[in-house]
Design a protein around this ligand. Structure first.
Ligand code: C2O
Ligand code: CU
Ligand code: CU
Length: 480
């Protein structure tokens, strides 16, 4: 109903479009600094170091990129070259991963096996393919064994690829807000608390939720305009179950890829590593809360038994307001942009993948790996450096059947090549989408279809609850 009412307002005029550009309201929370490519080259210096910052109104000592939490936004275009001169100012090894980008996983590209020692540097160099989809990607450390600690310490930043989707008129004219969702657990002096044993094992969480380092965020939509929300879950383990109360919003992209058409969403579950983009039409002036609702990823009983009062750190079982959506004041100028906010009927086509050349099964479970003693297993084994677990052939399509035998969610992530979810517990997915993270709920079976394209070499797949990954829930894939 909301949508129909909206579509009747669609008198897009050039003047309206121009006005809407001028009437784009300034966000009250200034977005993190944006580093943009120039004449086809994005050249940046990036330094990881412990710094004092303000997060959610508190002074904190966090791990930062260039002194910022979240790190600077890197903005590129298809066909760009990227050169990142990275310096490790931390007291432990680290590296960089470019989550979701379809780029080379080898040498100084998106290579998760690199080690950048303290005080050392490394220059990452890669090219974004000319046909790369436009969307929301991100960078974060991927040094096995330290990933959860470093991401939970604050290390994460957005990568935007401006592509075809950004040229769809309604989207080009929408106001854009990039929201990086992080959680922290700080002591009274603003230092990171070491996680309790339960959280260290099952996935560390903090009760301090920050959106671009602030909380709660303020979002503004112009009456008759469109707000494009671009969300990244950059938390190490926390899931966000988001609901915009009493106001419509429409999903337009997942994990860096546009959908074929906007989808109305009552609520949105965002597992660690996932991204989602939504359009909010400025259709019903008022003030609305963006809530994070409780979600049990399978550890709640354990957390409760630790602290029966239910007040354990990191255990928000209450709905929390994480942002407020307000309307511009509806002055004459703003009223004239009516119609600029019409939802696009179509976004971008998504190819239908051919039947798979090969089907594999991956079983996710807990236990003890005989060799490494690690508790998180894929096909009965925990991660081991230099052991290739899965070898695939380039230019083939595979179905992976991801079977979760544990009573806990495991969001599965594959580097380099995105995939499409075919079914969950044999129920076909309601609409086509490209993904790079898919949550496998407790005891669920998810079937995904992956085309292996363009890049040979080795990379990884893993659970994106980063404590699980650090404790072995990862495998090496070789593309030949
Ligand atoms: Cu976002 Cu292998 O990770
Ligand atoms: Cu990744
Ligand atoms: Cu997991």
């Amino acid at each position: 109903m909301q949508r129909r009412r909206f579509l009747t307002l669609s008198t897009v005029t050039v003047a309206g479009l121009l006005l809407s550009r001028c009437a784009v309201p300034q966000s009250t929370s200034p977005p993190p600094r944006i580093l943009t490519s120039r004449s086809g080259l994005l050249k940046v210096n990036l330094k990881a170091e412990l710094k004092q910052v303000f997060v959610a109104g508190k002074q904190a000592t966090l791990m930062t990129y260039n002194g910022q939490v979240p790190g600077p936004i890197l903005e590129t275009r298809p066909g760009d070259d990227v050169e990142i001169r990275f310096t490790n100012g931390l007291s432990q090894p680290t590296n960089l991963h470019f989550h979701g980008l379809h780029i080379s996983p080898s040498s100084n590209g998106d290579n998760p096996f690199l080690e950048v020692l303290p005080e050392e540097g490394f220059t990452y160099r890669f090219s974004i393919p000319a046909d790369h989809p436009g969307g929301l990607y991100w960078y974060h450390p991927h040094y096995h064994g330290k990933v959860a600690e470093q991401v939970f310490g604050g290390l994460a930043g957005v990568i935007i690829v401006r592509g075809t989707v950004d040229e769809i008129p309604a989207i080009a004219n929408a106001t854009e807000e990039i929201l990086v969702l992080q959680d922290f657990d700080l002591d009274l002096r603003g230092r990171l608390k070491p996680p309790s044993p339960v959280f260290r094992k099952w996935g560390r969480q903090g009760d301090l939720i920050a959106i671009n380092g602030k909380t709660p965020a303020r979002l503004t939509v112009v009456p008759g305009g469109l707000l494009r929300l671009r969300l990244l879950n950059a938390s190490a383990s926390r899931f966000y179950r988001l609901q915009l109360e009493n106001h419509p919003w429409y999903l337009i992209a997942l994990d860096g890829h546009a959908l074929e058409a906007p989808q109305e969403m009552p609520e949105l579950l965002l597992a660690p590593g996932e991204r989602a983009e939504l359009l909010i039409p400025g259709s019903s002036p008022g003030e609305y809360r963006l809530m994070n609702l409780p979600y049990d990823r399978g550890i709640q009983a354990m957390v409760n038994s630790m602290e029966p009062s239910g007040t354990a750190d990191g255990d928000s079982q209450e709905p929390v307001r994480i942002a407020t959506l307000t309307y511009g004041d509806g002055t004459e100028g703003e009223a004239m942009v009516l119609g600029a906010g019409t939802l696009p009927e179509m976004l971008l086509p998504i190819e239908t993948l051919p039947e798979p050349d090969r089907v594999r099964e991956f079983v996710f479970d807990h236990g003890i790996d005989a060799e490494t003693g690690q508790p998180f297993l894929i096909n009965g084994k925990s991660f081991k450096h230099h052991r290739v677990d899965t070898q695939v052939s380039l230019d083939t399509v595979e179905d992976w059947v991801l079977i979760n035998k544990a009573g806990m969610d495991h969001p599965f992530h594959l580097h380099t090549n995105p995939f499409q979810v075919i079914s969950r517990n044999d129920q076909p997915e309601p609409f086509k989408a490209w993904k790079d993270v898919v949550n496998i709920r407790a005891y669920e079976t998810v079937r995904i279809r992956i085309p292996f394209r363009d890049y040979d070499g080795q990379t990884v797949y893993h659970c994106h609850i980063l404590d699980h990954e650090d404790q072995g829930m990862m495998g090496i894939i070789e593309m030949v």
